[in-house]
Design a protein. Structure first.
Length: 365
């Protein structure tokens, strides 16, 4: 298929997709559950009368909205239909990934499931971040972002989960079918930013905690803190920024092990976070979907800015995530990790602190 035909086809389908998504209500929102406990953490001196829509912190890179966005964002899921195959060795075979994960039992560790999905062991507790285990991140599969490979571990291979954290409501971060499929839901604490709990009222989690920026919940001896990032929220065309987005910091009260998990563009807020909450043993930083800059600016950081963010955050070790799993931007999704490594080296970060992980890989920290 030549390029003209390819993009004509993508354009027709993407217009159908946009219309369908804007017409389709989120079937899971505002459904009433029987056993859900929703908690809000109130910090003295913090605002709790939230605005109708949220905005990024002062000093953030701003997006210059373009009409191109109406074409670009809906068309990206279809671009992957013409993308290259997964490189050999990019993913660890499932049984080997499980063996590697099991060998780290009893230690603080990080396992990359793919995209932003990460499995963390901290003080012998299991924390699952932005879980996406289904094939499509979309209200209308098979349309929408599609996984290029299976998750690094299957849900059947994941041990009992103590805490699940969702950073914002984009479909490949907040995958409701995955949450519905989690085992031992009645023992899981789900942590989310403000105004997101309504989406999961039908799932019988032990507890759902909503956090605003700079608010902390302590569960199972793990401090979980929501932090400002430069991004946005939306699940359709009419709900932009109605729910909060956040990065999350974690600290084990027993070991003192710490990490931060975040996505977004650059802003001066990261220096403040580094000063107030750092240093961190691990920074899980989103590095993909950064091109084209005229569209992604204000949503996802350039690789240079991603490196600067983790420097500002005072991270000891850096794990780039949010790449190599699905097509969202125009950059080569399988080269992003190596390109990030080069940028980090050029800014003086030692090679041993830059962890370019394979999907399914586990590392101890």
């Amino acid at each position: 298929m030549n390029y003209k035909n390819k993009y004509a086809l993508s354009g027709i389908v993407c217009l159908i997709f946009v219309w369908a998504c804007s017409s389709l209500p989120d079937a899971h929102r505002h459904r009433q559950g029987d056993s859900l406990t929703i908690s809000h953490v109130h910090v003295p001196g913090h605002q709790h009368d939230y605005p109708e829509t949220f905005s990024n912190p002062p000093g953030s890179i701003e997006n210059s909205w373009s009409w191109k966005s109406l074409w670009f964002f809906p068309s990206r899921p279809f671009a992957q239909l013409f993308d290259q195959d997964v490189p050999e060795g990019f993913v660890i075979e499932s049984d080997s990934a499980k063996s590697q994960f099991d060998e780290a039992e009893g230690k603080n560790s990080v396992t990359w499931i793919g995209h932003m999905s990460t499995l963390v062991r901290l003080d012998d507790k299991v924390i699952l971040l932005d879980p996406w285990f289904t094939d499509y991140a979309s209200p209308l599969p098979p349309f929408g972002p599609h996984r290029k490979m299976p998750p690094g571990l299957s849900l059947e291979q994941v041990p009992p989960i103590d805490i699940v954290v969702v950073s914002h409501n984009h479909y490949e971060h907040f995958d409701i079918p995955t949450l519905e499929s989690l085992p031992n839901q009645e023992k899981i604490t789900l942590v989310m930013p403000i105004r997101m709990a309504a989406y999961v009222e039908h799932i019988p989690f032990k507890e759902v905690i909503e956090l605003a920026w700079h608010e902390t919940a302590v569960r199972h001896g793990i401090e979980v803190t929501a932090l400002p990032v430069v991004h946005f929220s939306a699940r359709g065309l009419t709900d932009s920024n109605e729910t909060l987005w956040a990065g999350f910091a974690f600290k084990g009260q027993r070991s003192g092990g710490s990490l931060i998990h975040f996505e977004g563009d650059y802003g001066s807020i990261y220096r403040r976070i580094g000063q107030e909450y750092g240093p961190f043993d691990i920074a899980l930083t989103a590095v993909g979907a950064y091109e084209p800059r005229e569209i992604m600016k204000g949503y996802h950081c350039s690789l240079d800015d991603c490196v600067q963010a983790v420097i500002d955050l005072k991270a000891k070790n850096i794990i780039p995530v949010h790449w190599g799993t699905t097509v969202l931007g125009t950059e080569d999704i399988y080269e992003t990790g190596e390109e990030f490594r080069k940028k980090a080296l050029s800014k003086g970060i030692p090679e041993e602190r830059i962890w370019i992980m394979k999907i399914g890989e586990t590392r101890i920290f």
